[in-house]
Write a protein that binds this ligand. Structure first.
Ligand SMILES: [Zn+2]
Ligand SMILES: [Zn+2]
Length: 187
């Protein structure tokens, strides 16, 4: 049985997440998250349960779109965008041909492949993920993980300047040449 503290947290989460009435899975996921770490905040639990279930707070469920150079592969995805970040690791560098890649992640359930090519072609790049690309024009699109997450490259978005997509973290800074400086201005 959940204790009083847990009920309080779950009640607050219930008010902040959409579709709760028809999805008891969210509550059970939230309970699991809380039990595993009782000190984490409601916001963090909401984030974790959103990732686990693909259910997102309704007020933030914005739709983004994008695709490859030749438009054979197109996508629509519902926000909120998760973990927007840059990465300068060797794998991202070779995958994109750019010194630094800008990424944003979404639960797999929220991504719809809408172009004539449907889902992109993939290259198995690691034990846990595959890199996605268009077989027609060769554009890189992102990474499709075995976990229920799709990471999309910001350069593929129709409106990459959207404030919700601004990177907030930076991975593998040491992978950049000394002369290459990435400065992110938060608006
Ligand atoms: Zn293409
Ligand atoms: Zn990387």
């Amino acid at each position: 049985m959940p204790d009083g503290n847990e009920i309080f947290f779950l009640h607050r989460i219930a008010r902040s997440l959409s579709s709760l009435d028809c999805c008891p899975l969210i509550l059970s996921c939230a309970g699991l998250a809380f039990r595993s770490n009782p000190t984490i905040s409601c916001l963090e639990i909401s984030f974790q349960t959103s990732l686990m279930t693909g259910h997102l707070p309704m007020a933030e469920a914005k739709t983004f779109s994008g695709g490859c150079l030749c438009r054979h592969i197109r996508f629509e995805v519902k926000g909120p965008a998760l973990n927007p970040h840059t990465c300068s690791c060797e794998m991202c560098r070779r995958h994109t041909g750019a010194l630094t890649a800008a990424w944003v992640e979404f639960p797999k359930k929220t991504v719809t492949w809408t172009g004539p090519g449907r889902e992109p072609s993939v290259y198995r790049s690691s034990k846990t993920s595959s890199r996605a690309f268009c077989a027609m024009c060769g554009s890189t699109l992102g990474a499709i993980d075995d976990a229920p997450t799709v990471a999309l490259l910001l350069g593929c978005f129709d409106e990459p300047a959207d404030v919700e997509l601004v990177p907030t973290g930076h991975s593998f800074r040491s992978g950049r040449p000394n002369w290459w400086n990435v400065e992110i201005r938060q608006r």
